[in-house]
Each structure stands twice: as C-alpha cells, then as structure tokens.
Design a protein around this ligand. Structure first.
Ligand SMILES: Cc1cc2nc3c(=O)[nH]c(=O)nc-3n(C[C@H](O)[C@H](O)[C@H](O)COP(=O)(O)OP(=O)(O)OC[C@H]3O[C@@H](n4cnc5c(N)ncnc54)[C@H](O)[C@@H]3O)c2cc1C
Length: 431
C-alpha cells in the first residue's frame, strides 16, 4: 500500500459478493482502513452464471477482478485469502495460510453454498452452480458428452445426452431453458452425425409448480414456454438419490443421465458455525435489527449469510437486492458509530420484484405491486436490469456484444473445451 495514507480504524469485509462490495464501497468517504478478503480473486455476478454454463457468455464477462474494483478507493485494499477462523475476543480473523488480520469492525458477507438436502450422490455426481468454475465445468462436461456420443452413438442409449436439472426455481428454469436452446440451435449444427433429437432436458421440481416464489400464473407461463422449446418438466417429483449415470426418483423411476445440475437450493456458508457464532437451522448467522451479532456488536453480517428479518419477522430472501441493501446498511451503521451520533435505525428491505428468463424473447417478471410482465417485454426488462447491475464497462460491453451475436446468429461463441489434463510425455524427455 505504498503511497497511500491509511486511517487507523480497521474494517475487515469477508466476501466480495454483492453485499461485501457494497459495504466496502460505501465506506469510501470515511477515515477507515477497509480490507476486503475473498477466497477468489474476483467478484462473481451469479445471476448470469447459467449463461456461462450454457455457452452464451464467457466466465470473464460475468466476473471482475476484486483488486481492480478498488483501484480508485484509496482507503481500501483487496486480498485473496480464505477466512477459516477468528479470535472474537482479540478481534482477529485467521486466514487459511495461518496469517491473521486484526479488525475494529468485521463485516461477514461470505454468501451461501449449494445445499444437497442430504440426497445421496448429489455432491459426488451432480454439479452445483455457485461459481465461474462450476459454470465452466458444466459447459465442459456437456460438450464432452456430445463429443463422446459422436464417437460412440450407443452411449445415447445410456442417457449420456440426457441433461437433468433439479430445482424449478429461477436458476433451474433458466438452466433448463439455456440447455434446450444450446442443443436446439448450436449442438444440432455442431454434431450433424449425432441424433440430437434424442437429447433430453428434464427439469425436476418437488412442488406442484415452477417458480414457487412467483405468482402461480408465472409458474404456468414458464412451464408452457419450456415445454415449447422441448424441456420435459416433472412437477411433484423428488430426487431420491443420484448415481454416476442416473437420477433415481422417490416414486421409483430412474432417469439415465449424463449430467445432473443441482439447482434445488443453497444454504448459508458454514463460516458462521466455524467462527462459533449463533446460527439458525439453515446455518445463517443470527443478527439483530441492525444486522449486528448481539454478543459482538462490532460484527455485522450481511447478504445470504445473515438470518436477517423483515419487519413482519420473516427471513429475508437470499437475493442480490437484499444483499446490496444490507451492504449499504452495514456501512451506515459503521459510519454512525464512528461519528458517535444517533443509531441509523433498523434495516428495512425494499422488495424490487423478481424475474427469470426462460429463453429467447421470453421472461417472467413480478413487480412488488403484484403486477406481472411476460414474453418479450419481460425479456427486454430482464436484459436491461442485468446489464445495469453488472460491474465494469468492459463486462457490460462484452455482454451486449455476445447477446447481440447470439440473438442474431443463433450461435454460442463460448463453447470451448479447455482441457485441464496433463500433456503427454515428450518423446525423449526425462523419464
Ligand atoms: C446461479 C445463481 C443465480 C442467481 N440468480 C439471481 C437473480 O437472478 N436475482 C437475484 O436477485 N439473485 C440471484 N441469485 C442470488 C444472489 O446471487 C445472491 O443472493 C447474492 O449473490 C448474495 O450475495 P452475498 O454477497 O451475500 O454472497 P455472494 O455473492 O455469494 O458472495 C460471497 C463471497 O464470499 C466469498 N467467500 C465465501 N467464503 C469465504 C471465506 N471463508 N473466506 C473468504 N471469502 C469467502 C465467496 O468467494 C464470494 O465471492 C442467484 C444465485 C445463484 C447461485
């Protein structure tokens, strides 16, 4: 940090997701030293990860190097490190390499992890979708299934071209729609000798409708649209267990599959329990109305990791707007304390509505007023909102260019299989 004068009050922010970034940025105008720690060296825009998994965008279109985000914020620095523990009495956090960071305020914003709900085989054989690495792994795996079936078509009989998505929430709906379009528009042309008509996309949902948090008519609209592009939707269906080559349903049916994407839920990052803080049944850290830990008021918890409650007592949804608003609130709390002035008042969540896209020209949007928008108008609203929320001009420009290209040509440029295998030994090289 040569050349920068850092103030003495130390704020450590754990997690450079929506919540942590907002908290750190909102502290730009106060005399504090902000250290933002993330296990990855980048912020991930999770709402567009499904497009990376389905070859519509590149990983670096939806991620942004955290150090770059703070270039212009002289009181902040970003470091790549995993927080593994803390000494809450001494006010230090412990990093995976054994180093410790001292804080005066600690803001925990470590988000969530994939929840397998105890279904056997999910973690071993399924793909979660929480990171750019997950998305690229899914893309690679699906493309490799098609390569394998071209060489040995009998694999199609074993279900290698059957893609199962578990979970009919927004992520599952978007994944299933994205897979169907990838197969229909791109892989059909890439693999002319493969009988792509036998490829299947199956979306499994335990409840009796899709998009359970949306108005019922939007769930039905999504189901109709998915049906039109060839997705098989199984409602009221539970996954009992997963093997390397199949998904076994609770009703006894078995779906032979080459790919399972588990979009059935997330749970809080286990960091709360690791730090010895009180957590609820979902692992979210219990906080007061100000988003503080009651026993350690110098610790604030925000975003998906916090068991923050709305005015009516309900748990806040684990969505980006709630995380961003909580980040802004945490910064206000810290500023108010430093000023020694009046407390800022309880955290109030302002619902911004929900949306999910189902594919080309189609999305469902529900506004906080209960009004709904579907079809092309919903899709345009979805595109605009995601562009506005993305970080960085370069990312926005790349995404616009990619979307325009995909829309006009029906192509998907980001379908490289980047192999991570050792190269064959060089002839005559060391043995
Ligand atoms: C596939 C997908 C699609 C989604 N789509 C939408 C959508 O369309 N609209 C919407 O509103 N919401 C959506 N969400 C939810 C939204 O992305 C989350 O609510 C939001 O990201 C939560 O923000 P956060 O800052 O709490 O956590 P995150 O954004 O998850 O960030 C947490 C950060 O903490 C870091 N971290 C974790 N553990 C540690 C550790 N021990 N040490 C250091 N760093 C750590 C992680 O690397 C990560 O960068 C989606 C989520 C997913 C997974």
């Amino acid at each position: 940090m040569a050349g920068r004068s850092l103030a003495r009050h130390r704020v450590v922010v754990v997690g450079a997701g929506f919540a942590g970034l907002r908290a750190a940025r909102d502290l730009a105008d106060v005399a504090v030293e902000v250290t933002i720690v993330d296990a990855r060296n980048h912020h991930t825009f999770q709402p567009l990860l499904y497009q990376v998994a389905t070859a519509g965008l590149d990983a670096d279109d939806v991620c942004y190097a955290t150090r770059g985000i703070f270039h212009r914020q002289s009181n902040a620095r970003a470091i790549r490190a995993q927080v593994v523990g803390a000494d809450l009495g001494a006010r230090t956090v412990e990093l995976a390499d054994g180093a410790v960071l001292a804080y005066d305020h600690l803001v925990l914003a470590a988000g969530g992890v994939t929840a397998d709900f105890g279904v056997p085989g999910v973690l071993e054989h399924g793909f979660g979708l929480k990171s750019a690495a997950d998305a690229v792994a899914i893309r690679t795996h699906v493309l490799e299934r098609f390569e394998r079936c071209e060489r040995d078509p009998s694999r199609i009989d074993d279900g290698e071209l059957t893609l199962v998505v578990a979970g009919g929430g927004p992520t599952g709906v978007e994944m299933a729609g994205g897979f169907a379009e990838l197969i229909n528009h791109v892989l059909r042309r890439d693999f002319p000798s493969v009988d792509v008509n036998r490829a299947r996309v199956v979306l499994i949902e335990a409840a009796d409708r899709l998009l359970g948090t949306f108005a019922p008519k939007l769930g039905r609209s999504a189901e109709r649209k998915l049906g039109r592009i060839g997705v098989e939707v199984l409602l009221g269906t539970q996954v009992d267990r997963v093997t390397a080559s199949s998904v076994v349903l609770a009703d006894g049916r078995t779906i032979d599959t080459g790919t399972l994407v588990w979009a059935a839920g997330i749970k809080a990052n286990p960091l709360g329990a690791a730090l010895g803080l009180e957590v609820d049944r979902g692992g979210r850290i219990v906080v007061d109305r100000d988003l503080r830990v009651a026993s350690h008021p110098e610790i604030l918890v925000i975003g998906d990791l916090a068991a923050a409650r709305d005015i009516d007592g309900s748990l806040l949804p684990q969505v980006a707007p709630a995380a961003i608003q909580a980040g802004a609130h945490a910064a206000k709390v810290i500023k108010a304390e430093l000023r020694g002035g009046r407390p800022v008042g309880r955290f109030r969540y302002r619902d911004k509505g929900s949306m999910a896209t189902i594919g080309r020209n189609s999305a469902v949007v529900e506004l906080p007023s209960g009004q709904t928008v579907t079809g092309l108008a919903g899709w345009v609203a979805w595109l605009c909102l995601h562009l506005v929320m993305l970080i960085g001009f370069r990312n926005r420009a790349n995404v616009v260019v990619n979307w325009a290209w995909n829309y006009l040509t029906y192509d998907r440029a980001s379908r490289l299989i980047i192999e991570d295998r050792p190269l064959p030994p060089r002839v005559g090289g060391p043995g």
